[in-house]
Design a binder for this molecule. Structure first.
Ligand code: KIV
Length: 280
């Protein structure tokens, strides 16, 4: 049985912290799921950390569906949340409903996430009314990076802090089951966490959020272009992979790979016949 939104809301009430990670493929999702992460986000961050774009803006619904299907296939316990990509929920509510439904019907996700607060509250409500759980996302919203003028911490002025509190309350009232706070000062994230009824999930929002989310490629040290300030590398897999690939290259060049262990035998008599024929 996968994690439910009721369990997630209950974790806030009981003061139990909520770990969440992104995943983009079958094999990694399987490991994360088996390690006991209750929420897995197929984030549109895959645009940068998997596909090599310089932002999340080029990511399309079809790409998200493709990766979400793989993550769903690899998991049995976690709730899988599909991240709605740039401009797939803005033009009209009916388009937002259609795309949210694709995550559920085509990809097998259990929830969707979208960016925006007050301006997205009506859309969130309509999706939730259709029976689709929605996670909100406010603060630094990467799909609006050009509008925000870069990847900057949000809520540092009186005006923008007040706006973020309003955004969080609007999402709570609209029926979002949780709200991601990205790049928000720790004390402001604490105020929002105390104010809203549903869990806050922080990324660069300090320790007082109800849960934390990390981009898996950052925390495993797989993405090496840069390490965001909010990320902690628990391991440096890129170094281990480079070492392993270097060993492979050296062994192939030296004729040390493959050995008998990685090779196949065949019937001796058949072989003798073949060798005889090859001589003619
Ligand atoms: O796309 C993503 O990975 C995200 C998380 C950083 C919350 O939106």
């Amino acid at each position: 049985m996968r994690t439910t939104i009721l369990q997630i809301k209950e974790m806030k009430q009981k003061g139990k912290k909520i770990p969440m990670l992104t995943a983009y493929d079958y094999a990694t999702a399987k490991i994360i799921d088996q390690a006991g992460v209750p929420l897995i986000l197929v984030g549109d961050s895959l645009g940068t950390v998997i596909l090599g774009y310089d932002s999340t803006i080029p990511v399309t619904m079809d790409v998200m569906i493709h990766h979400t299907k793989a993550v769903v296939r690899g998991t049995a316990q976690a709730m899988i949340i599909g991240d709605m990509p740039f401009m797939t929920y803005h033009a009209s509510i009916s388009e937002a409903l259609h795309n949210a439904a694709r995550f559920m019907q085509e990809a097998g996700a259990q929830a969707v996430k979208l960016e925006g607060g007050v301006t997205m509250a009506e859309t969130v409500k309509r999706i939730v009314d259709c029976g689709i759980p929605v996670m909100g996302h406010i603060g630094l919203t990467p799909q609006s990076v050009h509008q925000l003028g870069g990847h900057k911490v949000q809520g540092k002025t009186q005006e923008s802090a007040a706006r973020l509190i309003k955004d969080a309350c609007a999402l709570d009232e609209a029926g979002a089951f949780a709200v991601v706070l990205e790049a928000v000062p720790t004390p402001l994230a604490r105020i929002i966490t105390q104010k809203i009824s549903v869990p806050t999930i922080g990324i660069g929002a300090g320790p007082f959020c109800d849960g934390q989310v990390q981009v898996v490629s950052d925390m495993l040290g797989l993405f090496t272009d840069f390490v965001p300030k909010h990320a902690k590398q628990y391991v440096r897999l890129a170094d281990s992979i480079k070492q392993a690939v270097g060993d492979y290259v050296n062994e192939v060049q030296a004729g040390a790979f493959p050995t008998e262990k990685q090779s196949f035998t065949m019937d001796e008599a058949l072989l003798a016949g073949l060798e005889e024929e090859a001589k003619q």
